[in-house]
Structure formats: structure tokens, C-alpha cells
Design a protein around this ligand. Structure first.
Ligand code: NAD
Length: 318
């Protein structure tokens, strides 16, 4: 069991990152950049090779954008080691799991890791939306177990959602809040283990309404995206929904809610257009077509443009 007083941020020096994919690589990079010794594990050397490749690309872009010096990039790399053997977690003070989003695999992973890691090691899962209580069902000491939801690209987006499972101790939450601040990110605490946490509940409420607007012929896909970027989206980096309502006047927001809520989508299943795109295997950038066309290099262009703009926003926030 966790010894009282042992669980504090000063005791976190070595962090294990399990799974060196899209998320794990950015997570490892960020933690290492802030001085933590990081060991990344994956199931095969070829995936770790990919982790090194992703980190190198991320670092190069950050240097180009003036967000990282070559010296710090080099220091960061020195802080990261790689292994296909989970026994490297033996002396980890914390482990962030970013492996495949399959419940049984995550449950077995944590059961095995609990047999390797020390009693004071914090266990954090980066699941997108699986139940945290269920992921830790085979862990004996559940006080140290927490959801730690980074946003993709994890080395850029500031938000990290900390999700309390039923038995997560307040101490574990407090340590992670401090750690998130120490790596220059912003944390929020999700007090209940609910699907979608905070960010995805809001994001998918927006997506569901955007789908309704398009499916009912109210506006085109292009105009919905444009309306979001130049209207509500323009506000959101500055004001959250409650701040927006306070500044707009709660009476006005009340009156609008009284006629608009009943008009909004209450869809309980993925919608018609979503199903059609799935059936046609039009899955977005990864298949060259989604709501937009990404053939002939347009997908890479879209991602590069996204990252460039994200870096600009990050610079402004910092
Ligand atoms: N991609 C996103 O946008 C995003 C955002 C937030 C959270 N997440 C969550 O993060 C986790 C990882 O997602 P990703 O997008 O990085 O996936 P990914 O497929 O890019 O990477 C997963 C990595 O985990 C490795 N892996 C699989 N089983 C393993 C095991 N038993 N032990 C060690 N490594 C193992 C895989 O080989 C792979 O390299 C998932 O839980 C996902 O839901 C993803």
C-alpha cells in the first residue's frame, strides 16, 4: 500500500510511458523535456523505432517554430530510454499507460505492472473514454490509480484531464495536478468516471449539432466549419461557455435556451452521414477522403497547417 507522505511530486523522478504510439511519443517527449527520466516501453522494437522517429519530427518542428532550443532538444533525448521489457518499471515513480484502447488488454497490463512496480508508484491511464474503474479492476491498490487524458498532439495541446475513479485518493489527484503544472500544461479534475470526461462531451455535443445542421440542409460542411472557426471558436480560447454566458447576460442566455434547446440534436446514435462515410471507407486524412478531399498530398498539407497554427496558438498562450 502507499505509504503516507511518500506520495508527492518531489518523489517523482522516473516515469514509465507504456505504448510509444501517437500519444505515448508526445507524452514521453513532454515529460523528458521538463527533466523527468522517462522510459518508454512497447511490445516490439519496431514500434520504439517509430517513437524515436515521431519525437525527432516533433522536436524539429518545435525548433523551427522557436518553441525549443537545439540544446534542450538534445537534453530531452538524453532523458528518454526505451525497452520492450516491462521490468524497467521496477523503479518508476509513476507510469502513464498509452497502449491500445482495448479494455481486456489494459486490465491485464495493469495487473502485470502492479506485480513489477513499487508500492508508491502512481498508475495513470491515458484512455480516451473507457471506464477508469473498469481499467483498474484487477489492480489491488486502486488509491494510486487515475485517468490522465492528454489531448492529441500531446506535446502541443495544453489540457490534461485528470479523472478520479471510485477509489482514487485525493493525494494521487493532488500529485498529478502538481505534475501537470510542472510540465507547463493545464489540468482539470473530472470528479466522476463518466464517458467522454469533459472535453469530449463538449466536442461531441458540437459534432452532433454540426451533423444535424448539415443533414437537415441548413448549411454546408464548409460553412459549418467556417462558422465555428470565426464565431464560437474565436471565443473559446479566451472564454469558456460559462464565462461567455456571464458576459452575454444570463437572462439572454436563459431566453435563448428556452426556445433553442428543444431544436437541438438529441441523436442517440451515430447519424446517417456518419454511417455512409464509414461504409464508403471515407475516414478522413487516413484514407484520403472524409468530409473533404485529402488526396495527392492534401492530407499531409492539412496536418502541417494544423500543427503550424497550433504552435502559433501555443506561443500566444505562453
Ligand atoms: N490518438 C488520439 O487522438 C488519442 C487521444 C487521447 C487518448 N488516446 C488514447 O491513448 C492510447 C494510445 O493511443 P494512440 O493513439 O497513441 O495509439 P497508437 O496505436 O498510436 O499507439 C499504441 C501503442 O501501444 C502499443 N501497445 C499495444 N499493446 C501494448 C502493450 N500491451 N504494452 C505496451 N505497448 C503496447 C502499440 O504497439 C502502439 O505502439 C489509447 O488508449 C487511446 O485511446 C488517443
Amino acid at each position: 500500500m502507499i505509504l503516507e507522505g511518500k506520495l508527492n511530486i518531489q518523489n517523482i523522478r522516473k516515469i514509465g510511458v507504456a505504448g510509444g504510439g501517437i500519444m505515448g511519443s508526445g507524452i514521453a517527449q513532454t515529460l523528458a523535456q521538463y527533466g523527468y527520466k522517462v522510459v518508454v516501453t512497447d511490445i516490439d522494437e519496431k514500434y520504439l523505432e517509430n517513437t524515436r522517429r515521431i519525437i525527432n519530427i516533433n522536436q524539429k518542428t518545435m525548433i523551427d517554430e522557436g518553441l525549443l532550443t537545439a540544446e534542450l532538444a538534445e537534453e530531452t533525448l538524453k532523458n528518454i530510454s526505451y525497452s520492450t521489457d516491462k521490468s524497467v518499471f521496477r523503479d518508476a515513480d509513476m507510469i502513464v499507460e498509452a497502449i491500445i484502447e482495448k479494455i481486456e488488454i489494459k486490465q491485464d497490463f495493469w495487473q502485470e505492472v502492479e506485480g513489477i512496480a513499487g508500492d508508491n508508484c502512481i498508475f495513470a491511464t491515458n484512455t480516451s473514454g473507457l471506464s477508469i474503474n473498469s481499467i483498474c479492476s484487477k489492480v489491488l491498490n486502486k488509491k494510486r490509480f487515475i485517468g490522465m487524458h492528454w489531448w492529441n498532439p500531446s506535446h502541443i495541446i495544453p489540457l490534461i484531464e485528470l479523472i478520479k475513479a471510485e477509489d482514487t485518493s485525493n493525494e494521487t489527484v493532488a500529485v498529478l495536478e502538481e505534475l501537470v503544472a510542472a510540465i507547463g500544461k493545464e489540468s482539470v479534475v473530472v470528479l466522476k468516471d463518466v464517458s467522454g470526461f469533459i472535453g469530449n462531451r463538449i466536442q461531441f455535443a458540437v459534432y452532433r449539432e454540426a451533423l444535424k445542421i448539415v443533414e437537415e440542409g441548413i448549411a454546408t460542411v464548409e460553412d459549418v466549419d467556417k462558422a465555428m472557426k470565426y464565431g464560437p471558436g474565436f471565443r473559446y480560447p479566451v472564454l469558456g461557455p460559462f464565462e461567455t454566458a456571464d458576459l452575454g447576460g444570463l437572462d439572454t442566455f436563459y431566453y435563448i435556451s428556452s426556445y433553442l434547446f428543444s431544436e437541438l440534436s438529441a441523436e442517440k446514435e451515430p447519424t446517417r452521414l456518419q454511417r455512409e462515410l464509414m461504409e464508403e471507407n471515407n475516414l478522413g486524412v487516413k484514407t484520403g477522403k472524409g468530409w473533404y478531399d485529402y488526396s495527392n498530398g492534401k492530407g499531409e498539407e492539412a496536418m502541417a497547417k494544423r500543427d503550424k497554427n497550433f504552435y502559433k496558438m501555443l506561443k500566444n498562450i505562453k
